[in-house]
Design a protein. Structure first.
Length: 168
């Protein structure tokens, strides 16, 4: 991180934040959720989205979907890209870093159907591929929760787990 005194802005589940100033964008407690950072060097702009579910077609509550598109990878990520473009970014210059997608229900009988983390990772990766945005770093999977911090000045992403801290 470039500035230990930079203010932190928390991205809650199913939300995104976008910032150009030297701040730290944060996703706390990523379990099966995936944090997606999109960054453009020249603009020193970053967006961070806290993806909760892979696809909007799996929605059970239509009213919730209408009010919270950013909960879903497939519809939220294109909207985040549009917000970054409105902020002066060029889609072709955006770089992605992702974290999270842990398998948090490892001891359940229906492991395959309960591995929402893997489904979230797949949905994030396929949506970014469709958007032609390259993932340049990731820290995904496993069975451990993470906190993800994005430095809007440098694009650096720091991952904190119970095992320590690393930059991706």
């Amino acid at each position: 991180m470039s500035d230990d005194n930079a203010p932190e802005i928390v991205t809650n589940i199913g939300q995104f934040v976008l910032d150009k100033t030297p701040n730290i964008l944060v996703c706390l407690g990523l379990g099966s959720c995936v944090g997606v950072s999109l960054y453009q060097d020249a603009e020193h702009s970053a967006g961070l989205m806290h993806v909760m579910l892979p696809k909007s077609t799996n929605k059970e509550n239509k009213d919730d979907f209408k009010s919270n598109h950013f909960k879903y990878a497939d519809v939220g990520l294109p909207l985040l890209v549009e917000e970054l473009k409105r902020a002066g970014c060029t889609k072709d210059k955006l770089k992605a870093k992702i974290a999270g997608g842990a398998h948090m229900f490892k001891n359940t009988i229906t492991q395959e159907s309960m591995d929402i983390g893997a489904k979230n990772i797949d949905a994030v990766k396929s949506t970014l591929e469709e958007l032609k945005i390259k993932i340049i770093a990731e820290d995904v999977g496993g069975a451990i929760g993470r906190t993800m911090k994005v430095d809007t000045k440098t694009g650096d992403v720091t991952i904190k787990t119970k095992d320590g801290i690393k930059t991706i």
